[in-house]
Design a protein around this ligand. Structure first.
Ligand code: F6P
Length: 358
């Protein structure tokens, strides 16, 4: 029986993390009489035994707050833990020992990186439940949305609305670069919601001829501006993804970024139309979660705690239609979920004339 549960947040922050922490703490105390502790800064806090009690008072008022009160990191992996500059060791046994010493089970609120670590730890006998989070919406938990995604693409949509006026007034092409890593969910959703003319995503490599055709087509209808939304992981058919930097000390060493500038330069060259670029960057990850994300995060927190109380470990909570259905951690560890390029959303976008550059 679980008397004490530990929680940690891992990977990049996402709007809604605090809402999950709050829901876990409230459900644990009110419904099950279980004590909750939080490890600071993801697995780093486990290794450094840096923990705090999460009472109801501790989580009061955090529902609308962005970020995570526990702190997070996307650097520390107990299976390859940095013990000195450039020196890494497998410290997973120590990690399991520390968690078991302080709690009877662990809830990991994280993306594919942290949940894959959770899967490995579960394989070694640790009692783990996962809560899926990422603005990228790329977790392989069925067709479920992750919390943070709605807030991120709502922000990108607002950015497109704002850029629309300048593009139209100055007769320019404006390129908006959004995050999403190797998946185009943010670009696709915000592009449709924000009325983009061209959407470029990693799943559909593009060529400049097709994009230029679309822009010229608009010119022939006297539409002298165009809005392009490009996912950071998008690439030309004859090109590569644009890498901003390579940081070998992270589980995910590649940092993407820069494709917006590349696309804008080339479009200005081939069309002769003035181009501008806006890179949304971390603005997409910050700020208060939307009502949708607050509700989803709250439901995930409650569901994770229910699984813990029922003694069901090795699962990630996920939405299945209107209801929550646990999915095996093994599923998440298999890889990410990309945009379905033959799916409804892409088809719908094509039918209203959105160009994907293919
Ligand atoms: O996974 C979330 C995300 O924001 C991605 O969209 C992006 O590629 C990455 O994290 C950026 O990571 P960092 O904050 O470490 O630069």
């Amino acid at each position: 029986m679980v008397k004490r549960v530990a929680v940690l947040t891992g990977g990049g922050d996402a709007p809604g993390l605090n809402a999950v922490i709050r829901a876990i703490a409230k459900t644990a105390v009110r419904e099950y009489g279980i004590e909750v502790i939080g490890f600071r800064d993801g697995f780093k806090g486990v290794m450094e035994k840096h923990l705090v009690k999460l009472t109801e008072a501790e989580v009061s008022g955090i529902l609308p707050r962005g970020g995570t009160i526990l702190g997070t990191t996307n650097r520390d992996n107990p299976f390859s833990y940095q013990v000195a500059a450039g020196k890494y060791e497998d410290r997973s046994n120590e990690c399991i020992e520390i968690i078991n010493k302080h709690a009877d089970a662990l809830i990991i609120i994280g993306g594919d990186g942290s949940l894959s670590i959770g899967y490995e730890l579960a394989q070694r006998g640790l009692k783990v439940v996962g809560c899926p989070k990422t603005i990228d919406n790329d977790l392989a938990v069925g067709q479920a949305k992750t919390f943070g995604f709605d807030t991120a693409y709502a922000f990108a949509t607002e950015a497109l609305d704002r850029l629309h006026s300048t593009a139209e007034s100055h007769h320019r092409i404006i390129v908006l670069e959004v995050m999403g890593r190797y998946a185009g969910h943010i670009a696709l959703h915000s592009g449709i919601a924000g009325g983009a003319d061209i959407i470029l995503i990693p799943e559909i490599p593009f060529n400049y001829e097709e994009i230029t055709k679309k822009i010229n087509d608009r010119l022939s209808q006297n539409k002298r501006f165009s809005l392009v939304v490009v996912a950071e992981g998008a690439k030309a058919q004859d090109g590569e993804m644009i890498i901003n930097s390579y940081e070998s000390n992270r589980p995910e060493p590649i940092r993407l970024g820069g494709i917006g500038e590349v696309v804008a330069k080339e479009l200005e060259r081939v069309t002769g139309i003035e181009c501008r670029v806006t890179v949304l960057g971390h603005l997409q990850r910050g700020g208060s979660p939307t009502p949708h994300d607050r509700i989803l995060a709250t439901r995930y927190g409650v569901a994770a705690m229910d699984l813990i109380a029922q003694g069901k470990f090795g699962y990630v909570v996920a939405m299945d239609g209107e209801n929550i259905k646990p999915v095996s951690l093994a599923e998440v560890a298999k890889g990410i979920r990309n945009v379905d390029i033959h799916g409804d959303l892409v088809t719908c976008a094509r039918k209203i004339g959105i160009c994907f550059g293919d």
